[in-house]
Structure formats: structure tokens, C-alpha cells
Design a protein around this ligand. Structure first.
Ligand code: C5P
Length: 204
């Protein structure tokens, strides 16, 4: 049996937190696909060719908090608009999605492109201000010198680029359930996600 849970949505909407908790709850492995693009983004900041970097990516390159910087996030969204970079990363993601037992993947195009046959699709979103505040706190706690206005500007630039690109743009799959976390605590958002997945599974 394979059960793929696809969790997409814009930056800092809560996908990562929800995906990890859902994966733990159902006992599935989790892949944060943003790390793939961040790892390639890190390579272009070091002067490497993005397509070669994507083709040469290894699991070890996905480790570490050092990929979660604002600079790498912007570089990730630039390389993510390149069709050759995206296609170099598809097989790895599809194999992960369809592994025996099940898997949780979060990103921008999991339910639309990587695994349109996923048994459960969630599109996690939140208002721009809430997302900016959450990301601002995350970065500030880690010691990054950022301003709330700067974080908001970065998120909106990234969302605009991610939504406007022609290759696998950020959008909800037609059969995705939308989960707006703007007014929800972390625990409530996780509980709703688990409830949605359980309902979907009962309906299968
Ligand atoms: O999810 P995260 O914010 O770490 O993603 C970084 C960037 O990687 C996104 O802004 C987006 O451009 C890209 N991305 C993507 N497709 C995915 C996951 C991330 O294009 N499935």
C-alpha cells in the first residue's frame, strides 16, 4: 500500500510544521522539497551552474539549518523557475512519494506535478501579515538581522515569482483541501490537517 500526502502552499504558511507532525502521526517519512531548491540556490550563490548543481545533488546536501537563510530562499526561488533544474529533481521526489507504505512531501507543486495521484492533497495558506510575522520570529530567534517589513517584502517577491513561473507554478490542485492557518494555533492547525487526512482515508 502507498499513501502519499501532498502538502503545498506559499512560503511560511505552516507547511513544514504541519508536514512534520502529520508524518510523525502516521509514521511516514517526510521530504521537505524546498530543501532541494535551497541546496541548488546555495550552489549558485557559490558561483556554480544551477543545472549541473541540480543534476549532482546528493541527500547529504539537504542537511542543515544553513539552508534556511533569506538569501538562499531567494536564490532557491530563482533556480526553481528553471525547467531544467525542476526536471533534474523530479525522479528523486516521485520515488520518495510513491515508496511503499507512504510518505509526506511538502512544497509548491507536489499535488499538481510531482504526484497528481496523491491520495491526500492539502494546500496550506495564511494571510501575508501572519506569514511574515511567523517567518520574522523564526529568523530572529536564529540570530538573523531582519526586519518585519523586509521579511514581508521577501515573502511576497518569492510568492510572486513562484506563482508566475511557467514551469510548475505555485497553485492549489483542483482536488486539494485548503487549510487556512491564519487564525489557528500550531496545535489546532496540526489537528485539522490530521482530521482532513483521516476523513479522506475513510472516503477512499
Ligand atoms: O519551501 P521553501 O520556502 O523552503 O522553498 C524555497 C523555494 O523553493 C520556494 O520559494 C520555491 O521557489 C521553491 N520550491 C519549488 N517547488 C517546491 C518546493 C520549493 O519551486 N516543490
Amino acid at each position: 500500500m502507498t499513501l502519499t500526502v501532498a502538502i503545498d502552499g506559499p512560503a511560511a504558511a505552516g507547511k513544514g510544521t504541519i508536514s512534520k507532525a502529520v508524518a510523525q502521526h502516521f509514521g511516514f517519512p517526510h521530504l521537505d522539497t524546498g530543501l532541494l531548491y535551497r541546496a541548488v540556490g546555495k550552489c549558485i550563490l557559490a558561483g556554480d551552474d544551477p543545472i549541473e548543481a541540480a543534476q549532482a545533488l546528493k541527500a547529504d546536501d539537504l542537511d542543515g539549518d544553513d539552508l534556511r537563510t533569506p538569501e538562499i530562499a531567494q536564490a532557491a526561488s530563482k533556480v526553481a523557475a528553471m525547467p531544467e533544474v525542476r526536471s533534474a529533481l523530479i525522479d528523486f521526489q516521485r520515488a520518495f512519494a510513491r515508496r511503499a507504505g507512504g510518505a509526506v512531501l511538502d512544497g509548491r507543486d507536489i499535488g499538481t506535478v510531482i504526484c497528481p495521484e496523491a491520495e491526500v492533497k492539502l494546500f496550506v495558506t495564511a494571510s501575508d501579515d501572519v506569514r511574515a510575522e511567523r517567518r520574522f520570529h523564526e529568523l530572529a530567534v536564529k540570530g538573523h538581522e531582519v526586519s518585519l517589513a523586509g521579511v514581508l517584502e521577501d515573502l511576497l517577491a518569492r510568492d510572486a515569482r513562484d506563482s508566475a513561473r511557467s514551469s510548475a507554478p505555485l497553485k492549489a490542485a483542483e482536488d486539494a483541501v485548503i487549510l487556512d492557518t491564519s487564525e489557528l494555533s500550531v496545535d489546532a492547525a496540526i489537528a485539522q490537517a490530521i482530521e482532513i487526512i483521516e476523513q479522506r482515508l475513510k472516503a477512499e
